[in-house]
Write a protein that binds this ligand. Structure first.
Ligand SMILES: Cc1cc2nc3c(=O)[nH]c(=O)nc-3n(C[C@H](O)[C@H](O)[C@H](O)COP(=O)(O)OP(=O)(O)OC[C@H]3O[C@@H](n4cnc5c(N)ncnc54)[C@H](O)[C@@H]3O)c2cc1C
Length: 367
């Protein structure tokens, strides 16, 4: 997400003066936020990444960047090739790992069938209690709440009467990253829908029908569905935090670097989310354009968290400014409080760009 967003903004600011290359071994761009709807019948869009890159104005190279040398302005690929650059934005995302042994981990489209299977067992009365959980507080928790709410909507539409759904979260309250105003609204929605929330609970393993929760609780469920744990990707030439994520300044320049930037899940900013990745990409792109003589004052990173919560009924649009102490500017609404429509990736340029591509249906891969 960050690489495409930055390419679009660089294109807007510099036009044909910039030669942009995207390096990645991945050949597709999956619209990952929609994957939570897949077990309930939503199609997930997948685009041809080289074609998408071309349409953004970038040359696509099918190789991964393993390290950078900022002073020599050289990047090294997995196969050892050196690539010279004037400016580089590292946006390699994060890895996802199994967090809780014995639980079903929901990573995205690959696990839609597992969730469908669990729903099927509810419908035939083979199970009646499921927990939805996640390993750590800073991870993007929205899909966990969506899976619980969408499961509830599906079971109630199917006329299943006897089921219990519980969210077991290490957060202090639902959607903690969004602050108290949004968290309270979502807590009351879950309450109205009969979904119990156990907060401040760190799940460790699920065995023999019992979910172990640190420090010393043991909860009984038939099924546990967990989000994955997010881990850093290895990358040489950067200053990392203790978790291996790349440290950046307020313009998303990698620490102790002049021409090398980082954006998105790979950075040490604790919130791993697509909209945040895109905002970092915008900040880095502006800083690069300013260095290349574009007459703008590059904006510093001032993150606003925006999310679209699929509830199984009307979606809720959530917004919260992450800097500052209070909830001023926090919004929960049934209409998007931002420009650019109601889709899940909220980005200055990528949202409208993907909408244009969708309108032409030309770069979408159909399975
Ligand atoms: C189930 C689920 C639901 C989500 N829902 C939402 C949502 O509703 N809203 C939202 O904003 N976010 C959501 N997210 C989070 C969002 O998908 C990520 O935060 C976002 O994709 C991060 O963007 P990024 O550019 O940092 O990394 P990515 O989008 O992960 O892109 C990184 C790219 O770099 C490539 N790469 C990896 N290593 C290298 C390398 N060494 N060299 C070159 N390329 C490399 C990868 O193959 C990948 O293509 C969701 C995530 C999941 C799993």
């Amino acid at each position: 997400m960050a690489a495409l967003e930055a390419t679009l903004v660089i294109g807007d600011l510099l036009g044909e003066r910039a030669n942009v290359e995207i390096h990645s071994t991945r050949q597709d761009f999956v619209y990952r936020p929609h994957s939570v709807g897949m077990p309930f019948g939503t199609a997930v869009k997948t685009y041809d990444l080289p074609a998408l890159a071309g349409r953004c104005g970038a040359e696509f190279h099918p190789d991964n960047i393993m390290s950078v040398d900022d002073s020599a302005r050289l990047a090294t690929t997995f196969h050892g090739t050196s690539i010279p650059y004037d400016h580089l934005l590292f946006a390699a995302g994060a890895s996802r790992r199994w967090p809780i042994s014995g639980a079903t981990t929901f990573w995205g489209i690959g696990e839609a069938a597992d969730i469908e299977e669990i729903i099927g067992r509810f419908k035939t009365g083979r199970i009646r209690r499921a927990a939805f959980t996640m390993p750590s507080v800073g991870d993007w928790s929205l899909p966990m709440y969506e899976l619980a709410l969408l499961t509830d909507a599906e079971l109630s539409r199917a006329g299943v009467a006897d089921y219990e759904l519980t969210v077991v979260t290490p957060e202090d309250r639902p959607l903690q990253l969004f602050g108290t105003h949004v968290g309270d609204a979502v807590a009351s929605l879950l309450d109205r829908r009969g979904i119990e929330v156990i907060a401040g609970a760190h799940p460790t393993s699920f065995e023999g029908g019992r979910l172990q929760v640190a420090p010393d609780a043991s909860l009984e469920f038939d099924e546990v569905i967990s989000l994955p744990r997010i881990e850093a990707q290895a990358a040489g030439g950067f200053i990392h935090d203790s978790g291996g994520f790349i440290r950046i300044d307020e313009h998303c320049r990698a620490l102790h670097c002049e021409r090398t930037y980082a954006a998105g899940d790979i950075t040490s900013f604790p919130v791993k989310q697509g909209g945040i990745a895109a905002q970092q990409a915008d900040v880095a792109a502006e800083a690069i354009a300013a260095e290349l003589g574009v007459p703008i004052a590059p904006s510093p990173f001032d993150p606003i968290l925006r999310g679209v919560l699929w509830t199984g009924h009307e979606p809720l649009y959530l917004q919260h400014r992450l800097a500052g102490e209070d909830d001023g500017g926090s919004v929960v609404s049934t209409d998007p409080p931002w420009d650019g429509g109601g889709d899940k990736i909220v980005a200055r340029r990528l949202t409208s760009f993907l909408a244009e591509v969708d309108a032409e249906h030309d770069l979408e891969l159909r399975h």
